[in-house]
Write a protein that binds this ligand. Structure first.
Ligand code: CDP
Length: 223
């Protein structure tokens, strides 16, 4: 079976970009699990659902259709919500600000993790998220936990948003990321934390290419 590679870590540590490039280089499927939580959050915001109501969120998660396609530019996941392409919209700051509250709902996690596990069982996948090495694919052959300083993570996120024409100050970005980190790490169900056997990589002073190469080498391949 082709390998399963789990990549976890806090927001802005470079997981998605690294996972996407790694999957492309190694000919594996890429799954951005955060995109699924973002899609549910976008749907909840559009429908005006109270994000603190676990029952309403669970009903929403059961009834909406989230389709992830592996055929976007640069191997990006394309995300379809009830058939509509929301690949761009799920990255809006409004979604980023609310996604951790939705993701701490246990029923939402159960529904999404089951789908993620199914994809993982096929093998040949690079999956990134918060609980991939611990809950979704604890049996993955390779596990990595990416970190970077809060300031560097905020700078990267700022640059991403600026490329899309959105401006946000560094202090505000640092604050938003740290609030999200706290909710993700502090929740009871599947908190953000490294698997005991994960390889830790501090990406603060590394380029994406360097991280991709380091991971590929750790798995006995070259990228
Ligand atoms: O790209 P970024 O690092 O900003 O975050 P993401 O991977 O898109 O994930 C967005 C949010 O979804 C996270 O802050 C978590 O609240 C949640 N998430 C999660 O709980 N479990 C996962 N496996 C993936 C994401």
């Amino acid at each position: 079976m082709k390998p399963r590679i789990a990549i976890d870590g806090p927001a802005g540590a470079g997981k998605s970009t690294v996972a996407r490039a790694l999957a492309q280089a190694l000919g594996l499927t890429y799954l951005d699990t955060g995109a699924m939580y973002r899609a549910i959050t976008l749907s909840a915001l559009r429908k005006g659902i109270n994000l603190s109501d676990a029952g309403d969120l669970a009903r929403l998660a059961q009834h909406i259709s989230i389709e992830i396609r592996n055929d976007g530019p640069d191997n990006q996941n394309m995300v379809f919500l009830d058939g509509q392409d929301v690949t761009e919209e799920i990255r809006l700051p409004e979604v980023s600000r609310n996604v951790s509250v939705v993701a701490r709902c246990p029923q939402v996690r159960t529904i999404l993790a089951a789908r993620q596990r199914q994809i993982g069982m096929r093998g040949g996948v690079v999956m990134d998220g918060r609980d991939i090495g611990t809950i979704v694919m604890p049996e993955a052959e390779y596990k990595f936990f990416l970190t970077a300083s809060l300031e560097e993570r905020a700078r990267r996120r700022q640059a991403e948003l600026e490329a899309k024409g959105e401006k946000i100050g560094l202090a505000q970005m640092m604050n938003e990321l740290s609030v999200r980190d706290q909710i993700d790490s502090g929740r009871e169900c599947a908190p953000l934390c490294p698997a005991a056997d994960a390889v830790h990589i501090d990406t603060t002073e590394m380029t994406i290419e360097q991280v991709v190469r380091k991971i590929a080498v750790s798995t006995g391949r070259s990228a």
